[in-house]
Design a protein around this ligand. Structure first.
Ligand SMILES: [Zn+2]
Length: 424
């Protein structure tokens, strides 16, 4: 049995050395082919235009191009000033269930945002979600909880909509909901409102990613809000287990950080170490919140074409900073190299007795559709005759048994077998 270091003590030694992830630009090599394609399209349109001017009396140009395998309407769409930079890829062959009446389309905007738009004729509400490819693993050591804090800050005010409660008011008036959450690898924002209020709410929502405002006053208020979440959840066993994991992980791992955030980790300690908290927040936002790191999903009862137009109009304004997406694949496994093989006794607040066997397993990223751990989880969780649960239950030792892979982020994949024990 190991002594558990309380999170507060752990943070002290984690603060050394001071580390801030560099704001790396994505390699330009990937942008090059896109520019080349745009160049070729431009040259093609120019030649087509010259050809059209000189040969027009003899050839019906749209018909000519159509017979040659080109869709003139799509060429016109690409050549129009709004759409030339607004839409670079379309995916219409999305697989769906036969009984699903909704229509789907995948598009990639010129600024790099990938979006799935869904037209649901039966829906009376419209909703949207934006996912940013950054989570708590990207927290800098000198300002832990920053990804969560940044999520709070983004969802407040924008230059276009500077009233603090604009989004909340809009959502409440249309009996909707809105929220956001931060995981290890992602930050997700979403809302749902009545269909009539959808377009206006979508515009307010998009401006959180176009021109958010980070003032010192707002920061102080919002740190207090993060801190109150931390104190509210401090007795929740789920949160306590999360803190336990972060505390036990190899300090070389990005998991070994205090991810929730508090006044202490976001203001007091950073300031005492000379960290400019406004600059650090701004830098985190600039390094990670970019159109090329965002994915969008939109559902409403409008026709697909209308939703596509709305998506382009609203989200093309989000700047693409070509940021490099975080990559943790080369990191150490958090519970290897002397940080595994531990028996930890945890006293829960809830009156339950649980035995949890947790394995830091190899990633399945090379075989994403194999889902070997899913099969393993199914076999272990089986409750039929002769199963593990059946044996333990007949001996009066267990009330429940489940197996699950509960963290899916290379190299942080954790597989857990959990047995709810009886008093015996
Ligand atoms: Zn929060």
């Amino acid at each position: 049995m190991d002594t558990i270091i309380p999170p507060e003590e752990k943070e002290d030694y984690l603060l050394n050395p001071v580390y801030l992830p560099p704001c790396e630009e994505k390699s330009k090599s990937k942008a090059q082919p896109v520019l080349t394609v745009i160049g070729i399209i431009f040259l093609f349109l120019l030649s087509a235009f010259i050809l059209f001017i000189f040969v027009k009396p003899h050839i019906d140009m749209p018909k000519y191009l159509t017979t040659k395998g080109f869709s003139f309407s799509s060429l016109l769409q690409l050549s129009s000033p709004v759409n030339a930079s607004a839409l670079i890829q379309v995916e219409e062959s999305i697989i769906k269930a036969k009984i699903d009446r909704r229509q789907y389309k995948g598009i990639e905007l010129g600024n790099g945002i990938k979006a799935v738009i869904i037209s649901d004729p039966d829906s009376s509400v419209g909703s949207a979600a934006v996912d940013i490819k950054v989570g708590t693993l990207a927290d800098p050591l000198e300002m832990q909880g920053l990804a969560h804090f940044c999520e709070h800050m983004v969802f407040l005010e924008s230059k276009e909509y500077p009233n603090l409660n604009e989004m909340q008011d809009k959502v409440s008036k249309s009996s909707g909901l809105t929220n956001a959450f931060t995981t290890l690898l992602d930050t997700n924002f979403f809302f749902q409102v009545s269909s009539g209020a959808f377009e206006e709410t979508l515009d307010i929502f998009s401006h959180f990613f176009i021109d958010p405002i980070f003032t010192e006053k707002l920061m102080k208020d919002e740190v207090a809000s993060v801190d109150s979440e931390y104190h509210r959840d401090i007795n929740n066993d789920g949160w306590r287990l999360r803190l336990l994991f972060e505390t036990l992980a190899n300090p070389k791992s990005s998991l070994a950080k205090f991810s929730i955030g508090s006044i202490d980790s976001l203001i007091t300690k950073p300031q005492s170490n000379g960290v400019d908290i406004v600059k650090t927040l701004r830098k985190f936002y600039d390094c990670h919140y970019s159109a090329n790191s965002m994915t969008l999903a939109i559902v409403d009862n409008r026709p697909l074409e209308e939703l596509e137009e709305l998506t382009i109009k609203t989200f093309s304004k989000i700047p693409n900073k070509n940021v490099k997406l975080p990559d943790y694949s080369k990191e150490v496994m958090p519970f290897s190299e002397g940080y595994g093989n531990k028996l930890v006794q945890f006293i829960p607040n809830d009156p339950v007795r649980v035995l949890a066997l947790i394995f830091n397993v190899e990633s399945e990223s090379e075989h994403p559709f194999l889902e070997a751990y899913e099969y393993l989880a199914e076999i272990i969780s089986d409750i039929g005759n002769g199963s593990l649960y059946d044996v333990l239950s007949k001996k009066g030792l267990a009330h429940n048994l489940a197996a699950v892979k509960f963290v899916e982020a290379e190299p942080f994949d954790l597989f857990c077998i959990q047995v709810v024990l009886s008093d015996k």
